[in-house]
Write a protein of this length. Structure first.
Length: 231
């Protein structure tokens, strides 16, 4: 990218569009009718995001409010890149910017590509109250952001916030929340299997079937069967 301008970035995204990738995304994403899909691979968007260190937050905002899916995704990747090097007030600015625009983070891939790397680092040193606020939102994607953001805590060995969210959201009406809960439980199990075994032993009856299936994917077959067969 010559100078990282917004127009050039948009042109680059369209240059990297692949019909086969677009067809796959059409199958797996739940999109609004006015969304436009180009069909750009995530590694390509990540590379382009890294080449835009000077793009203003105003331009990032324009990308986030675009109806082109890949423009929104790239905007989130730019925020993630900046979050890695941000400290203090700069980090708070980025988190506040992200949280003020979660209406633009409106699909599972956008949430999963941003929550743990934009909001997640803030949770490591800051208040966890934002998780409760997001978990109480009527917006599906806010609730999924709350769950996926805890991946940063899980990687730091802090499991309790995730376990608390699982119990809070286990009766959520949306399967995409149930799947995210199971995913995070599985991530905890990768680091400390006994934590998940104990948690399931205590709470199995109240957990959604898909949550249990996702959570136990990495357990030994006989141990997994102990939980899955009852679901």
């Amino acid at each position: 990218m010559a100078n990282g301008t917004l127009g050039r970035l948009r042109a680059e995204l369209r240059d990297h569009a692949e019909p086969a990738v677009r067809a796959q995304l059409v199958r797996v994403l739940s999109r609004a009718e006015d969304d436009e899909l180009l069909g750009v691979r995530v590694p390509v968007m990540r590379q382009l995001a890294r080449r835009c260190p000077e793009l203003s937050l105003r331009d990032v905002d324009l990308l986030l409010r675009s109806r082109v899916h890949e423009e929104r995704f790239t905007a989130l990747l730019i925020l993630a890149e900046r979050m890695r090097g941000a400290r203090g007030d700069d980090r708070k600015t980025l988190v506040d910017f992200y949280l003020a625009r979660t209406d633009c983070v409106d699909n599972w891939d956008l949430v999963d590509g941003s929550a743990h790397v934009v909001l997640g680092p803030w949770l490591l040193d800051g208040s966890l109250d934002v998780l409760d606020e997001l978990a109480a939102s009527p917006w599906l994607w806010d609730r999924r952001i709350a769950v996926v953001a805890t991946l940063a805590l899980i990687r730091a060995g802090r499991f309790e916030p995730t376990l608390r969210l699982v119990l809070r959201l286990r009766r959520d009406p949306e399967p995409l929340i149930h799947k995210a809960l199971g995913w995070m439980l599985r991530e905890i199990g990768r680091r400390d299997e006994q934590v998940i075994v104990d948690f399931l032993d205590r709470n199995l009856a109240g957990l959604p079937r898909i949550t249990v299936r996702y959570a136990t994917e990495r357990l030994a077959p006989d141990k997994r069967a102990r939980y899955v067969k009852t679901r």
